[in-house]
Design a protein around this ligand. Sequence first.
Ligand code: P53
Length: 476
Amino acid sequence: MAFRKDFLWGGATAANQCEGGYNEGGRGLANVDVVPIGKDRFPIISGQMKMFDFDDKHFYPAKEAIDMYHRYKEDIALFGEMGFKTYRLSIAWTRIFPNGDEAEPNEEGLKFYEDLFKECHKYGIEPLVTITHFDCPMHLIKKYGAWRSRELVGFYENLCKVIFNRYKGLVKYWLTFNEINMILHAPFMGAGLYFEEDDNKEQVKYQAAHHELVASAIATKIAHEVDPENKVGCMLAAGSNYPYTPKPEDVWAGKQNDRENYFFIDVQSRGEYPAYALKEMERNGIEIKMEEGDKELLKAHTVDFISFSYYSSRVATVDPELLEQTQGNIFASVKNPYLEASEWGWQIDPLGLRITMNDLYDRYQKPLFIVENGLGAVDTPDENGYVEDDYRIEYLAAHLQAMKDAVELDGVDLWGYTTWGCIDLVSAGTGEMKKRYGFIYVDRDNEGNGTLKRTKKKSFDWYKKVIASNGEDLSN
Ligand code: P53
């Protein structure tokens, strides 16, 4: 038997990509609400173009998303039918603290998630909660400059105190920051950072990252104090780098790219800034302002497990201009000539998952949790709304086999696996509905038309069987 008896099978979503109800229940506005679909999306999420509110020239898909705010009971029932052991979701910070800096939380928001967690437990589903999945209250962005300000640490701490106490006994698995390394690639979407012309961007990003890392350690501390049963994880957008050639310079480039990502997890899991990062910052003139006690906090409150998303491996070289780049991914990479790609140009590499798992397990020696993996594809439903998504089954089966190999053959300790977008939702990278990952089809298009009706795809029954057999039966 490859997987633990209590292996946590499930699916994952994020508040802003599925809930909608952006102005209901006393909710405040967040960065993730004001990022539109279309050509301006990338300049906005990367902090180059300012979008602090809605305008009438753009369409903002997160406003309604797939309306899970009103339909979560129906959706969780379907997850229960598939046999989910866990459901990874994120809370919207602005439902709990609409502005982010209030003294008292918004009861309506707290109640919403309490009901949702109770609904999960009806089906024996353990919630796995991302405290922040890219969202930052707009008020904190406008007033404090988001995570560039130290004050965010305190506001985040308040949020954590409130939710850990309120949901004690209902939630025990927590992730502090989704894809914490996203701050380097999409700083507005990842951390609410917008750059002024005279900003030293690298300085701002790493100072903001320091604040998030301290906030993450504080969250871990409080989670353990409130309930020793709580397990807290970090979350990395993972995918190991391969050197394009055996040229030592290419190997070195791959190692450096990996370290750019590991940096965050090194701090969260080992509890200190790694030597290579300190040297690199020094060379680049980056100075991290630390407060007294920061180093001790980081050291004392490291994470219990390492969670990550995996969509693809990456390729590194010192001669990138000679080579074709991959398309459609915020994490640009040189194209790997040995791999096929999805319709969005994301290269498909199941063995890369085994490699990535081994790299992370070797480095941290802590349990792993795969909290995102999946294929974004165009689905074409028949007249009954049914989608025969054999391509998705094939993608997932190959990745599950690689994951099984990492556990069974390499001895990696893996707590669970949640597929990304277990129900179709809005794409984070592009804002499209058309890029679907789900076992459940949602009738809605890129422009926001559709009935929002939910329909099981072929992969729904396949995944149900995978879970029922604890990963032994991957056949289609
Ligand atoms: P979409 C890029 C590369 C790796 C992970 O992405 C990424 C992204 C963002 O595009 O984000 C994670 O929706 C993220 C999810 C996101 C998912 O990957 O662009 O945690 O919010 O939806 C898939 O296809």
